[in-house]
Design a protein around this ligand. Structure first.
Ligand code: DGT
Ligand code: CA
Ligand code: CA
Length: 571
């Protein structure tokens, strides 16, 4: 049975939650959370690596966690987690997701009211016992009541990169079956949305029954119900729902179009067909009984008078009108990317040395990279002060002397303080090529204060890139309130860049904000924000996100050759 990175991360997160409810040592809890974060977005499958020694080499994974990863991969379970689950019932953990309920309060509920799950909590509230517990007032009670009333599971969407860990092997498995000529994962996954609700899998084959027979034996599948010979639904081990449809060749393009969506895009294309007196469905484009198109997506679009629309654009945000005028943007691609202007080393919270990051960038066929370790600030691990930053700059100068055909830019990622000042003095920034500024705290300021704060930071003479500009963390934190139009204008006027951060949990800017920024003429920096050499692969996420925001090669600074980047950064 294959264990994926997200399974390991889920197990570590669960351990951290359960330990926190038990009131364990905060350092231990933090170590699990950090490991979960690292593992969840680790770009290689741990199960395909060699074992404990290799896991231990991953920064943030110590000997004990490495052993746990081995245990989980080898046995599918963790004894330590099983023991915790016996002490803290699993439903108790779900209480942590309710507003106002942290581990301390959950512990109090357990010990004083024997509340172990939502039903217990509802009963305690109904009986008026909640406010008898120390630390529980009327305010928190009414917030809990409201949350309990909303019911149902929280949204239950998975990060795209987590879904991919299951989707890719499933696709390979299906494609390897005899009689299967093509497999595509359609839906939001194919459109490259930042989160995925379920997987919509299309299999091109003549005989569905045979496909479903093999699907039943697929190890990652927890349950499956096939209805007939064309459709089956299942649930993967991580809870992700999968719909599998078997489609004949002559309909494959139409089905791919239909199930890729989005729904709004579909409704719009169907209207176009109706205006011509035709009918568009997942079976094909028809004039009466006669099939006009359907074997390929290109054919469907062509028959409708449209150029091919890349899946990332299919949100009915003007792409159909643009395709009718043959005016779709030529979306940015991996091959356009020449460098990365935001990466870390082990000088701050990264795990690889400067030399290894450079080697990794060269292996990724990049021709430049900006080293932007964190500047020292509260809450930043191993942040650099002016003195260490100067020493790093010396090391970069020396290394640049030796490199041929590759350039390292000297940079820093510096926190924007609450009042809009930067965490480093201007003098310390003077020698640098790239100054990445970013918000890492005080996310809850009012929109006007947050806007003023960021605008002030952008006025600093050396500020060149605004990193992860909305501050969101997928599934955890919404973008902060602020006037993005004003910020976009300020970045443009100063000749700076807005970052599209490719970390799987960030993907920040969001797609619609990228589109808005480009309409205001802002230049982008597509960045991995890599904290290890492997993580340079997160450039892919930034590219996908930028494509969803309609970005072309011309919209990004890091598609330019090194000389041009240098002169833009100097301005
Ligand atoms: P998700 O799964 O919530 O991340 O989002 P999608 O876009 O994958 O949506 P899903 O799985 O509900 O359906 C897959 C595609 O099927 C969707 O993008 C478009 C198509 N579709 C679903 N329902 C409808 C519908 O009522 N009308 C039309 N025209 N298409 C639909
Ligand atoms: Ca879907
Ligand atoms: Ca679906």
């Amino acid at each position: 049975m294959g264990i994926h990175n997200s399974d390991v991360a889920d197990a570590f997160d669960e351990i951290a939650d359960l330990l926190s409810i038990e009131g364990e040592n905060p350092f231990r809890i933090r170590a699990y959370r950090r490991a979960a974060r690292i593992v969840r977005s680790f770009p290689r499958e741990l199960a395909e690596m060699r074992g404990a020694s290799e896991f231990e080499a991953i920064p943030g994974i110590g000997a004990d966690l490495a052993k746990k990863i081995v245990e989980l991969i080898d046995t599918g379970r963790l004894k330590a987690l099983d023991a915790l689950r016996r002490r803290v019932p699993p439903q108790t953990r779900e209480l942590l997701g309710l507003p106002g309920l942290g581990p301390v309060r959950v512990r109090a509920l357990m010990s004083e009211l024997k509340v172990e799950n939502r039903q217990d909590l509802e009963r305690a509230i109904a009986a008026g016992r909640l406010t008898t517990v120390h630390g529980f007032g009327a305010g928190i009670q009414s917030r809990l009541e409201a949350a309990l009333a909303r019911r149902g599971a929280p949204e239950g969407r998975l990060q795209l990169s987590v879904a991919a860990q299951y989707a890719k092997p499933l696709r390979e498995y299906l494609a390897s079956l005899s009689g299967v000529s093509r497999v595509e994962i359609a839906g939001s996954y194919r459109r490259g949305r930042d989160t995925v609700g379920d997987l919509d899998v299309l299999v091109c084959a003549a005989r569905g029954a045979k496909v479903f027979e093999s699907l039943r034996r697929y190890a990652d599948l927890r349950e499956i119900s096939a209805s007939g010979t064309t459709k089956a639904s299942g649930v993967l081990r991580n809870g992700l729902q999968v719909d599998v449809r078997v489609v004949p060749r002559r309909s494959f393009g139409a089905a791919l179009h239909y199930f890729t969506g989005s729904k709004d895009h579909n409704l719009h294309t169907r209207r176009l067909a109706q205006e011509k007196g035709w009918k568009l469905s997942e079976y094909g484009l028809f004039e009466g009984e006669r099939q006009l198109a359907g074997a390929t997506e290109e054919g469907v679009y062509r028959a409708l008078g449209l150029t091919f629309i890349p899946p990332e654009l299919r949100e009915d945000r003007g792409e159909i009108e643009a395709a009718a005028r043959n005016a779709l943007p030529e979306l940015i691609e991996r091959a356009d990317i020449k460098g990365d202007l935001h990466v870390h080393t082990d000088a701050s919270d990264g795990t690889d040395s400067l030399e290894r990051m450079v080697a990794a960038a060269q292996a990724q066929k990049l021709s430049y990279v900006a080293i932007t370790d964190h500047a020292k600030h509260l809450g930043i691990v191993h942040g650099l002060d002016a003195e260490r930053l100067a020493r790093q700059a010396d090391a970069i100068d020396a290394l640049n002397e030796r490199l041929r055909g590759f350039t390292i830019f000297k940079g820093v990622e510096v926190d924007i303080l609450e009042d809009g000042k930067l965490a480093l003095a201007d003098a310390a920034l003077e020698r640098l090529d790239v100054v990445v500024v970013a918000v890492h705290d005080h996310f809850n300021l009012s929109a006007s204060r947050q806007t003023r704060r960021i605008l002030r930071a952008l006025e600093r003479p050396r500020a060149s890139v605004l990193a992860h500009p909305s501050g969101r963390l997928i599934g955890e934190r919404e973008p902060y309130a602020c006037d993005f139009a004003k910020i976009f204008d300020a970045v443009r006027e100063r000749g700076g860049c807005l970052e599209v951060n490719g970390q799987p949990s960030r993907l920040d800017l969001t797609d619609s904000l990228i589109k808005a920024a480009l309409e205001r003429g802002v230049r982008l920096s597509l960045a991995s924000d890599a904290h290890s050499g492997d993580q340079l692969a997160h450039l892919e996420g930034a590219i996908r996100q930028a494509r969803r925001g309609w970005a072309t090669r011309r919209d990004a600074l890091n598609t330019r050759p090194v000389s041009e980047v240098r002169s833009v950064l100097r301005q």
